[in-house]
Design a protein around this ligand. Structure first.
Ligand code: AHR
Length: 498
Protein backbone atom coordinates (compact mmCIF):
# COMPACT_ATOMS: atom_id res chain seq x y z
CA UNK A 1 0.00 0.00 0.00
CA UNK A 2 1.37 3.49 -0.79
CA UNK A 3 1.60 6.23 1.81
CA UNK A 4 0.43 9.83 1.59
CA UNK A 5 0.66 12.58 4.18
CA UNK A 6 -1.12 15.91 4.51
CA UNK A 7 -0.65 18.75 6.97
CA UNK A 8 -3.78 20.51 8.17
CA UNK A 9 -2.97 23.90 9.67
CA UNK A 10 -5.30 26.91 10.19
CA UNK A 11 -2.48 29.12 8.90
CA UNK A 12 -3.17 27.72 5.43
CA UNK A 13 -6.63 29.28 5.21
CA UNK A 14 -8.00 29.67 1.68
CA UNK A 15 -11.32 31.43 2.46
CA UNK A 16 -14.45 31.06 4.58
CA UNK A 17 -16.77 28.28 3.40
CA UNK A 18 -19.42 30.13 1.37
CA UNK A 19 -22.72 28.24 1.69
CA UNK A 20 -23.49 29.19 -1.92
CA UNK A 21 -20.93 26.54 -2.97
CA UNK A 22 -23.65 24.00 -2.19
CA UNK A 23 -26.20 25.21 -4.71
CA UNK A 24 -28.26 23.23 -7.18
CA UNK A 25 -30.39 23.85 -10.24
CA UNK A 26 -34.07 23.49 -11.18
CA UNK A 27 -34.80 23.83 -14.89
CA UNK A 28 -38.04 23.47 -16.81
CA UNK A 29 -36.56 20.40 -18.43
CA UNK A 30 -37.88 16.85 -18.47
CA UNK A 31 -39.37 16.02 -15.07
CA UNK A 32 -37.35 18.35 -12.87
CA UNK A 33 -40.26 20.74 -12.22
CA UNK A 34 -43.39 18.78 -13.23
CA UNK A 35 -43.60 15.48 -11.28
CA UNK A 36 -40.26 16.46 -9.70
CA UNK A 37 -40.66 19.33 -7.24
CA UNK A 38 -44.26 20.12 -8.31
CA UNK A 39 -47.09 17.60 -8.65
CA UNK A 40 -50.44 18.80 -7.26
CA UNK A 41 -52.05 15.37 -7.80
CA UNK A 42 -49.43 13.54 -5.71
CA UNK A 43 -50.62 12.17 -2.35
CA UNK A 44 -47.72 13.96 -0.65
CA UNK A 45 -48.32 17.35 -2.31
CA UNK A 46 -48.87 20.31 0.00
CA UNK A 47 -51.53 23.00 -0.50
CA UNK A 48 -49.43 24.57 -3.31
CA UNK A 49 -48.75 21.32 -5.14
CA UNK A 50 -45.14 20.99 -3.89
CA UNK A 51 -44.09 17.40 -3.18
CA UNK A 52 -43.28 17.20 0.52
CA UNK A 53 -41.10 14.11 0.06
CA UNK A 54 -38.90 16.08 -2.39
CA UNK A 55 -38.82 19.10 -0.07
CA UNK A 56 -37.59 16.82 2.73
CA UNK A 57 -34.87 15.30 0.53
CA UNK A 58 -33.82 18.78 -0.63
CA UNK A 59 -33.35 19.74 3.02
CA UNK A 60 -31.38 16.57 3.71
CA UNK A 61 -29.14 17.23 0.70
CA UNK A 62 -28.13 20.52 2.31
CA UNK A 63 -28.49 22.73 -0.76
CA UNK A 64 -28.21 26.46 -0.21
CA UNK A 65 -29.03 28.24 -3.47
CA UNK A 66 -31.08 27.09 -6.46
CA UNK A 67 -30.75 28.41 -10.00
CA UNK A 68 -33.98 28.66 -12.04
CA UNK A 69 -35.68 28.41 -14.65
CA UNK A 70 -32.82 27.29 -16.96
CA UNK A 71 -30.52 26.32 -18.52
CA UNK A 72 -31.28 26.29 -22.20
CA UNK A 73 -34.98 26.64 -21.39
CA UNK A 74 -34.60 30.24 -20.26
CA UNK A 75 -33.39 31.41 -23.67
CA UNK A 76 -36.89 31.09 -25.17
CA UNK A 77 -38.94 31.67 -22.02
CA UNK A 78 -41.53 34.40 -21.43
CA UNK A 79 -41.70 34.80 -17.67
CA UNK A 80 -45.09 36.55 -17.93
CA UNK A 81 -46.64 33.25 -19.10
CA UNK A 82 -45.96 31.74 -15.68
CA UNK A 83 -47.70 34.30 -13.43
CA UNK A 84 -51.32 35.05 -12.57
CA UNK A 85 -54.36 32.75 -12.43
CA UNK A 86 -53.25 29.27 -13.48
CA UNK A 87 -56.28 28.60 -15.67
CA UNK A 88 -55.40 31.64 -17.79
CA UNK A 89 -51.74 30.74 -18.36
CA UNK A 90 -50.87 29.82 -21.95
CA UNK A 91 -49.52 26.45 -23.03
CA UNK A 92 -46.41 26.98 -25.18
CA UNK A 93 -43.83 25.07 -27.14
CA UNK A 94 -40.40 25.12 -25.49
CA UNK A 95 -37.83 25.07 -28.29
CA UNK A 96 -34.87 24.21 -26.06
CA UNK A 97 -36.15 20.74 -25.17
CA UNK A 98 -38.91 20.33 -27.81
CA UNK A 99 -41.38 20.00 -24.94
CA UNK A 100 -44.83 21.35 -24.14
CA UNK A 101 -44.71 23.90 -21.31
CA UNK A 102 -47.97 24.24 -19.37
CA UNK A 103 -46.77 27.24 -17.32
CA UNK A 104 -48.51 25.91 -14.22
CA UNK A 105 -45.28 26.64 -12.35
CA UNK A 106 -43.61 30.05 -12.68
CA UNK A 107 -41.54 32.59 -10.79
CA UNK A 108 -44.03 33.06 -7.91
CA UNK A 109 -44.29 29.32 -7.36
CA UNK A 110 -40.51 28.99 -7.53
CA UNK A 111 -39.94 31.68 -4.90
CA UNK A 112 -42.62 30.13 -2.65
CA UNK A 113 -41.02 26.70 -3.13
CA UNK A 114 -37.56 28.14 -2.34
CA UNK A 115 -38.78 29.66 0.91
CA UNK A 116 -40.38 26.37 1.89
CA UNK A 117 -37.19 24.48 1.01
CA UNK A 118 -35.06 27.02 2.91
CA UNK A 119 -32.93 27.83 -0.15
CA UNK A 120 -31.92 31.07 -1.81
CA UNK A 121 -33.42 31.62 -5.29
CA UNK A 122 -31.02 32.46 -8.13
CA UNK A 123 -32.90 33.57 -11.25
CA UNK A 124 -31.78 33.65 -14.89
CA UNK A 125 -33.18 36.16 -17.41
CA UNK A 126 -33.74 35.40 -21.08
CA UNK A 127 -31.04 37.04 -23.21
CA UNK A 128 -31.63 34.64 -26.10
CA UNK A 129 -34.92 35.74 -27.65
CA UNK A 130 -35.37 38.76 -25.37
CA UNK A 131 -33.41 41.68 -24.01
CA UNK A 132 -33.00 44.59 -21.60
CA UNK A 133 -36.68 45.49 -21.23
CA UNK A 134 -37.97 42.03 -20.35
CA UNK A 135 -35.11 41.44 -17.90
CA UNK A 136 -35.81 44.71 -16.09
CA UNK A 137 -39.54 43.93 -16.10
CA UNK A 138 -38.92 40.61 -14.36
CA UNK A 139 -36.67 42.32 -11.81
CA UNK A 140 -39.32 44.96 -11.12
CA UNK A 141 -41.97 42.25 -10.79
CA UNK A 142 -39.79 40.38 -8.29
CA UNK A 143 -38.01 43.01 -6.25
CA UNK A 144 -39.88 46.34 -6.32
CA UNK A 145 -42.18 47.66 -3.64
CA UNK A 146 -45.85 48.06 -4.54
CA UNK A 147 -46.81 51.25 -6.36
CA UNK A 148 -45.69 50.60 -9.95
CA UNK A 149 -47.46 48.46 -12.51
CA UNK A 150 -45.35 45.28 -12.42
CA UNK A 151 -44.90 45.26 -8.65
CA UNK A 152 -48.65 45.76 -8.28
CA UNK A 153 -49.20 42.80 -10.59
CA UNK A 154 -47.13 40.66 -8.18
CA UNK A 155 -49.22 41.97 -5.27
CA UNK A 156 -52.43 41.13 -7.17
CA UNK A 157 -51.00 37.64 -7.71
CA UNK A 158 -50.83 37.16 -3.95
CA UNK A 159 -47.31 38.33 -3.08
CA UNK A 160 -47.51 41.60 -1.16
CA UNK A 161 -43.83 41.54 -0.20
CA UNK A 162 -41.05 41.72 -2.81
CA UNK A 163 -39.36 38.41 -3.59
CA UNK A 164 -36.01 40.09 -2.94
CA UNK A 165 -34.00 37.88 -5.31
CA UNK A 166 -30.33 38.82 -4.98
CA UNK A 167 -28.55 36.57 -7.51
CA UNK A 168 -29.30 36.98 -11.24
CA UNK A 169 -27.83 35.23 -14.28
CA UNK A 170 -27.58 37.27 -17.49
CA UNK A 171 -28.74 34.50 -19.82
CA UNK A 172 -27.43 30.96 -20.20
CA UNK A 173 -24.63 29.44 -22.32
CA UNK A 174 -24.88 32.19 -24.91
CA UNK A 175 -21.67 30.91 -26.60
CA UNK A 176 -23.37 27.61 -27.55
CA UNK A 177 -24.67 27.24 -31.13
CA UNK A 178 -27.49 25.04 -29.69
CA UNK A 179 -28.77 27.97 -27.63
CA UNK A 180 -31.93 29.66 -28.90
CA UNK A 181 -30.73 33.20 -29.64
CA UNK A 182 -27.03 32.19 -29.57
CA UNK A 183 -24.73 35.23 -29.83
CA UNK A 184 -21.16 36.15 -30.64
CA UNK A 185 -19.01 37.29 -27.73
CA UNK A 186 -19.28 40.90 -28.95
CA UNK A 187 -23.06 40.76 -29.21
CA UNK A 188 -23.48 39.07 -25.84
CA UNK A 189 -20.91 41.22 -24.05
CA UNK A 190 -22.72 44.41 -25.11
CA UNK A 191 -26.13 42.99 -24.21
CA UNK A 192 -24.91 41.78 -20.81
CA UNK A 193 -23.41 45.20 -20.13
CA UNK A 194 -26.59 47.09 -21.02
CA UNK A 195 -28.92 44.64 -19.27
CA UNK A 196 -26.74 44.60 -16.16
CA UNK A 197 -26.55 48.41 -16.11
CA UNK A 198 -30.33 48.75 -16.28
CA UNK A 199 -30.97 46.02 -13.71
CA UNK A 200 -28.54 47.50 -11.20
CA UNK A 201 -30.03 50.96 -11.70
CA UNK A 202 -33.39 49.51 -10.66
CA UNK A 203 -31.97 47.47 -7.78
CA UNK A 204 -28.32 48.17 -6.86
CA UNK A 205 -28.37 45.42 -4.22
CA UNK A 206 -28.42 42.57 -6.76
CA UNK A 207 -25.43 40.46 -7.86
CA UNK A 208 -25.01 39.57 -11.53
CA UNK A 209 -23.49 36.55 -13.28
CA UNK A 210 -22.25 36.90 -16.87
CA UNK A 211 -22.18 33.80 -19.09
CA UNK A 212 -18.74 32.29 -19.51
CA UNK A 213 -18.13 29.32 -21.80
CA UNK A 214 -20.49 26.33 -21.85
CA UNK A 215 -17.46 24.13 -21.24
CA UNK A 216 -13.69 24.37 -21.51
CA UNK A 217 -13.64 22.43 -24.82
CA UNK A 218 -15.59 25.11 -26.69
CA UNK A 219 -13.53 26.47 -29.62
CA UNK A 220 -14.08 30.00 -28.28
CA UNK A 221 -13.07 29.16 -24.68
CA UNK A 222 -10.84 31.91 -23.29
CA UNK A 223 -11.47 34.43 -26.04
CA UNK A 224 -15.20 34.34 -25.18
CA UNK A 225 -14.54 35.25 -21.52
CA UNK A 226 -12.03 37.90 -22.54
CA UNK A 227 -14.29 39.66 -25.06
CA UNK A 228 -17.44 39.41 -22.94
CA UNK A 229 -15.67 40.81 -19.89
CA UNK A 230 -14.09 43.67 -21.86
CA UNK A 231 -17.68 44.92 -22.15
CA UNK A 232 -19.31 44.04 -18.84
CA UNK A 233 -16.48 43.61 -16.30
CA UNK A 234 -17.47 46.56 -14.14
CA UNK A 235 -21.18 45.77 -14.01
CA UNK A 236 -21.07 42.03 -13.23
CA UNK A 237 -19.97 40.23 -10.07
CA UNK A 238 -19.38 36.72 -11.40
CA UNK A 239 -18.47 34.93 -14.62
CA UNK A 240 -20.01 31.47 -15.05
CA UNK A 241 -18.46 28.05 -15.73
CA UNK A 242 -20.29 24.83 -16.72
CA UNK A 243 -18.83 21.31 -16.82
CA UNK A 244 -20.21 17.77 -17.02
CA UNK A 245 -18.07 14.65 -16.72
CA UNK A 246 -18.46 11.06 -17.89
CA UNK A 247 -16.29 7.98 -18.31
CA UNK A 248 -14.86 7.42 -21.78
CA UNK A 249 -14.50 3.72 -22.69
CA UNK A 250 -12.93 1.78 -19.86
CA UNK A 251 -10.71 4.65 -18.67
CA UNK A 252 -11.85 4.75 -15.02
CA UNK A 253 -8.64 6.42 -13.82
CA UNK A 254 -9.18 9.56 -15.92
CA UNK A 255 -12.84 9.68 -14.90
CA UNK A 256 -11.88 9.45 -11.22
CA UNK A 257 -9.46 12.32 -11.83
CA UNK A 258 -12.12 14.66 -13.28
CA UNK A 259 -11.27 17.12 -10.50
CA UNK A 260 -7.99 17.84 -12.32
CA UNK A 261 -9.98 19.18 -15.26
CA UNK A 262 -12.15 21.25 -12.94
CA UNK A 263 -9.04 22.67 -11.19
CA UNK A 264 -7.53 23.70 -14.52
CA UNK A 265 -10.81 25.16 -15.80
CA UNK A 266 -11.30 27.30 -12.67
CA UNK A 267 -7.70 28.51 -12.72
CA UNK A 268 -7.86 29.37 -16.44
CA UNK A 269 -11.07 31.38 -16.07
CA UNK A 270 -9.76 33.21 -12.99
CA UNK A 271 -6.56 34.10 -14.88
CA UNK A 272 -8.53 35.29 -17.91
CA UNK A 273 -10.81 37.45 -15.77
CA UNK A 274 -7.81 38.90 -13.94
CA UNK A 275 -6.10 39.69 -17.24
CA UNK A 276 -9.14 41.69 -18.35
CA UNK A 277 -9.25 43.43 -14.97
CA UNK A 278 -5.60 44.39 -15.37
CA UNK A 279 -6.18 45.74 -18.90
CA UNK A 280 -9.08 47.81 -17.61
CA UNK A 281 -6.99 49.01 -14.65
CA UNK A 282 -9.80 47.81 -12.42
CA UNK A 283 -9.47 47.24 -8.71
CA UNK A 284 -12.30 44.76 -8.82
CA UNK A 285 -11.63 41.00 -8.64
CA UNK A 286 -14.40 38.93 -10.24
CA UNK A 287 -15.64 35.78 -8.57
CA UNK A 288 -16.65 32.65 -10.41
CA UNK A 289 -20.08 31.03 -10.51
CA UNK A 290 -19.75 27.32 -11.36
CA UNK A 291 -23.48 27.25 -11.89
CA UNK A 292 -23.75 23.92 -13.70
CA UNK A 293 -21.56 20.96 -12.76
CA UNK A 294 -22.13 17.24 -12.40
CA UNK A 295 -21.63 13.84 -13.99
CA UNK A 296 -23.79 13.19 -17.08
CA UNK A 297 -23.72 10.29 -19.57
CA UNK A 298 -23.87 12.72 -22.47
CA UNK A 299 -22.98 10.00 -24.96
CA UNK A 300 -26.38 8.41 -24.27
CA UNK A 301 -28.37 11.59 -24.99
CA UNK A 302 -29.82 11.65 -28.51
CA UNK A 303 -29.89 15.47 -28.65
CA UNK A 304 -32.71 18.00 -28.70
CA UNK A 305 -33.96 16.91 -32.11
CA UNK A 306 -34.69 13.41 -30.79
CA UNK A 307 -37.35 14.84 -28.44
CA UNK A 308 -41.00 14.93 -29.40
CA UNK A 309 -43.23 17.65 -27.92
CA UNK A 310 -44.45 16.02 -24.72
CA UNK A 311 -45.39 17.52 -21.35
CA UNK A 312 -42.69 16.71 -18.79
CA UNK A 313 -41.04 13.90 -20.79
CA UNK A 314 -38.33 11.69 -19.32
CA UNK A 315 -35.07 13.36 -20.38
CA UNK A 316 -31.56 12.32 -19.25
CA UNK A 317 -32.72 10.51 -16.11
CA UNK A 318 -29.31 8.90 -15.70
CA UNK A 319 -28.92 6.07 -13.15
CA UNK A 320 -25.71 6.74 -11.28
CA UNK A 321 -23.45 4.28 -9.46
CA UNK A 322 -20.71 4.56 -6.84
CA UNK A 323 -18.03 5.50 -9.39
CA UNK A 324 -20.12 8.58 -10.26
CA UNK A 325 -20.48 9.36 -6.56
CA UNK A 326 -16.69 9.23 -6.09
CA UNK A 327 -16.26 11.60 -9.05
CA UNK A 328 -18.83 14.01 -7.59
CA UNK A 329 -16.97 13.88 -4.25
CA UNK A 330 -13.74 14.70 -6.10
CA UNK A 331 -15.36 17.63 -7.89
CA UNK A 332 -16.51 19.01 -4.54
CA UNK A 333 -12.89 18.79 -3.34
CA UNK A 334 -11.90 20.90 -6.35
CA UNK A 335 -14.61 23.50 -5.67
CA UNK A 336 -13.61 23.82 -2.01
CA UNK A 337 -9.91 24.17 -2.89
CA UNK A 338 -10.89 27.22 -4.97
CA UNK A 339 -13.21 28.79 -2.39
CA UNK A 340 -11.25 32.06 -2.68
CA UNK A 341 -12.49 32.43 -6.30
CA UNK A 342 -15.59 30.28 -6.69
CA UNK A 343 -18.43 31.98 -4.83
CA UNK A 344 -21.41 30.04 -6.25
CA UNK A 345 -21.67 26.44 -7.47
CA UNK A 346 -24.78 24.54 -8.57
CA UNK A 347 -25.06 20.78 -8.89
CA UNK A 348 -27.10 20.34 -12.06
CA UNK A 349 -29.85 19.39 -11.62
CA UNK A 350 -31.83 18.77 -8.41
CA UNK A 351 -34.52 16.23 -9.35
CA UNK A 352 -34.80 13.54 -12.06
CA UNK A 353 -32.65 15.29 -14.71
CA UNK A 354 -29.07 13.98 -14.03
CA UNK A 355 -30.01 14.41 -10.42
CA UNK A 356 -29.28 13.28 -6.86
CA UNK A 357 -33.04 12.95 -6.21
CA UNK A 358 -35.38 10.81 -8.31
CA UNK A 359 -39.15 10.49 -8.28
CA UNK A 360 -41.92 8.42 -9.82
CA UNK A 361 -45.00 10.36 -10.92
CA UNK A 362 -47.61 9.71 -8.25
CA UNK A 363 -45.13 7.43 -6.47
CA UNK A 364 -42.00 7.23 -4.39
CA UNK A 365 -38.84 9.32 -4.34
CA UNK A 366 -35.29 8.16 -3.66
CA UNK A 367 -31.67 9.23 -3.40
CA UNK A 368 -29.05 8.37 -6.03
CA UNK A 369 -25.44 7.55 -4.97
CA UNK A 370 -24.26 11.09 -5.91
CA UNK A 371 -26.57 12.38 -3.15
CA UNK A 372 -24.22 11.07 -0.45
CA UNK A 373 -20.93 12.93 -1.16
CA UNK A 374 -22.87 16.16 -1.74
CA UNK A 375 -24.86 15.92 1.50
CA UNK A 376 -21.82 14.83 3.53
CA UNK A 377 -19.67 17.64 2.14
CA UNK A 378 -22.37 20.29 2.61
CA UNK A 379 -22.79 19.12 6.20
CA UNK A 380 -19.11 18.68 7.05
CA UNK A 381 -17.61 21.74 5.33
CA UNK A 382 -17.95 24.43 8.00
CA UNK A 383 -15.89 27.44 9.05
CA UNK A 384 -12.92 28.04 6.78
CA UNK A 385 -11.34 26.06 3.96
CA UNK A 386 -7.75 24.95 4.57
CA UNK A 387 -5.27 24.12 1.87
CA UNK A 388 -3.64 20.78 2.75
CA UNK A 389 0.10 20.59 2.18
CA UNK A 390 0.34 17.12 0.65
CA UNK A 391 2.96 14.58 -0.34
CA UNK A 392 2.32 11.13 -1.75
CA UNK A 393 2.26 8.84 -4.77
CA UNK A 394 1.33 9.78 -8.31
CA UNK A 395 -0.53 7.96 -11.07
CA UNK A 396 -0.43 8.45 -14.81
CA UNK A 397 -3.79 8.89 -16.50
CA UNK A 398 -4.52 8.89 -20.22
CA UNK A 399 -6.28 12.24 -20.04
CA UNK A 400 -4.22 14.25 -17.53
CA UNK A 401 -0.76 12.63 -17.53
CA UNK A 402 0.97 12.22 -14.16
CA UNK A 403 -1.10 13.54 -11.26
CA UNK A 404 -1.19 13.07 -7.47
CA UNK A 405 -3.06 9.86 -6.63
CA UNK A 406 -4.76 11.45 -3.66
CA UNK A 407 -6.48 14.83 -3.73
CA UNK A 408 -7.55 16.44 -0.46
CA UNK A 409 -8.96 19.57 1.12
CA UNK A 410 -9.90 20.36 4.72
CA UNK A 411 -12.19 22.70 6.62
CA UNK A 412 -11.77 23.96 10.17
CA UNK A 413 -14.66 25.16 12.29
CA UNK A 414 -13.30 26.87 15.38
CA UNK A 415 -16.74 27.19 17.02
CA UNK A 416 -17.28 23.42 17.19
CA UNK A 417 -13.60 22.44 17.22
CA UNK A 418 -14.18 20.26 14.15
CA UNK A 419 -11.80 19.56 11.30
CA UNK A 420 -13.20 17.80 8.23
CA UNK A 421 -10.89 16.27 5.65
CA UNK A 422 -12.27 15.33 2.23
CA UNK A 423 -10.08 12.92 0.26
CA UNK A 424 -10.35 11.16 -3.07
CA UNK A 425 -8.12 8.23 -4.03
CA UNK A 426 -8.01 8.30 -7.84
CA UNK A 427 -6.19 5.00 -8.25
CA UNK A 428 -8.68 2.32 -9.31
CA UNK A 429 -6.25 -0.39 -8.15
CA UNK A 430 -4.25 0.69 -5.11
CA UNK A 431 -5.14 1.54 -1.52
CA UNK A 432 -3.35 4.52 0.01
CA UNK A 433 -2.68 5.04 3.71
CA UNK A 434 -3.28 8.72 4.43
CA UNK A 435 -1.69 10.36 7.46
CA UNK A 436 -3.36 13.59 8.56
CA UNK A 437 -0.92 15.67 10.59
CA UNK A 438 -2.74 18.41 12.45
CA UNK A 439 -0.72 21.50 13.22
CA UNK A 440 -1.77 24.55 15.25
CA UNK A 441 -5.07 22.83 16.08
CA UNK A 442 -6.31 21.58 19.48
CA UNK A 443 -5.59 17.88 20.17
CA UNK A 444 -8.03 15.54 18.45
CA UNK A 445 -10.25 13.58 20.84
CA UNK A 446 -12.51 11.68 18.46
CA UNK A 447 -12.08 10.67 14.83
CA UNK A 448 -14.67 9.12 12.52
CA UNK A 449 -14.88 8.59 8.77
CA UNK A 450 -17.29 7.57 6.05
CA UNK A 451 -16.21 6.23 2.66
CA UNK A 452 -17.67 5.29 -0.73
CA UNK A 453 -15.62 3.16 -3.11
CA UNK A 454 -15.81 2.09 -6.73
CA UNK A 455 -16.44 -1.62 -7.19
CA UNK A 456 -17.83 -2.01 -3.71
CA UNK A 457 -21.42 -2.97 -3.18
CA UNK A 458 -23.71 -0.80 -5.24
CA UNK A 459 -21.18 -0.30 -8.01
CA UNK A 460 -24.09 -0.49 -10.38
CA UNK A 461 -26.86 2.03 -10.16
CA UNK A 462 -30.12 1.38 -8.44
CA UNK A 463 -32.66 2.68 -6.05
CA UNK A 464 -31.64 0.23 -3.31
CA UNK A 465 -29.91 2.80 -1.15
CA UNK A 466 -28.64 0.28 1.38
CA UNK A 467 -26.47 -1.20 -1.40
CA UNK A 468 -24.38 1.92 -1.86
CA UNK A 469 -24.68 3.89 1.39
CA UNK A 470 -21.34 5.29 2.60
CA UNK A 471 -19.58 2.92 5.01
CA UNK A 472 -18.10 3.90 8.36
CA UNK A 473 -14.34 3.41 8.13
CA UNK A 474 -11.77 3.08 10.93
CA UNK A 475 -9.50 6.05 11.71
CA UNK A 476 -6.44 5.65 13.94
CA UNK A 477 -5.48 8.44 16.30
CA UNK A 478 -1.81 9.25 16.93
CA UNK A 479 0.29 12.06 18.46
CA UNK A 480 0.60 13.52 15.00
CA UNK A 481 -3.14 13.48 14.27
CA UNK A 482 -4.86 10.60 12.49
CA UNK A 483 -4.41 7.99 9.79
CA UNK A 484 -6.84 6.15 7.53
CA UNK A 485 -6.80 3.72 4.62
CA UNK A 486 -8.29 5.09 1.41
CA UNK A 487 -9.70 2.20 -0.63
CA UNK A 488 -8.96 2.11 -4.39
CA UNK A 489 -11.20 4.54 -6.26
CA UNK A 490 -12.77 6.03 -3.17
CA UNK A 491 -14.09 9.24 -1.66
CA UNK A 492 -13.79 9.73 2.10
CA UNK A 493 -14.82 12.29 4.71
CA UNK A 494 -12.82 12.24 7.94
CA UNK A 495 -14.18 14.15 10.95
CA UNK A 496 -11.75 15.08 13.72
CA UNK A 497 -13.21 16.66 16.86
CA UNK A 498 -11.06 18.41 19.48
O1 AHR B 1 -28.45 20.84 -17.36
C1 AHR B 1 -28.82 20.50 -18.65
C2 AHR B 1 -28.41 21.52 -19.70
O2 AHR B 1 -27.01 21.53 -19.81
C3 AHR B 1 -28.74 22.97 -19.42
O3 AHR B 1 -30.01 23.32 -19.84
C4 AHR B 1 -27.72 23.71 -20.23
O4 AHR B 1 -27.44 24.97 -19.69
C5 AHR B 1 -26.53 22.78 -20.27
O5 AHR B 1 -26.02 22.64 -21.53
Amino acid sequence: MSMARIVVDPQFTVAPVDRRLFGSFVEHMGRCVYTGIYEPEHPLADQDGFRKDVLALTGELGVSTIRYPGGNFVSNYRWEDGVGPKEQRPVRRDLAWRSIETNQFGIDEFVDWSRRAGVEPMVAVNLGTRGVAEAVDLLEYCNSDAGTALADQRVANGHAEPHDVKLWCLGNEMDGPWQIGHKTAEEYGRLAQETGKAMKRLDPSIELVACGSSNSKMPTFGSWESTVLEHCYEVVDYISLHAYYEQHGDDVASYLASGVDMDRFIEAVAATADAVGARLQSRKRLRLSFDEWNVWFQGEFGGEDSLDWAVAPQIIENDFGTVDAVVVGGLLVSLLKHADRVGVACLAQLVNVIAPIRTEPGGRSWRQPIFAPFALTAEGAQGVVLQTAAEGPTITTAEFGEIPTVDTVATWDQASGTTSVFAVNRSPEESVRLTIATQGLPAVRTATAVQMAVGGAGAAAGSDESAWSPRETAVELSDEGAAIELAPGSWTRVTLVA
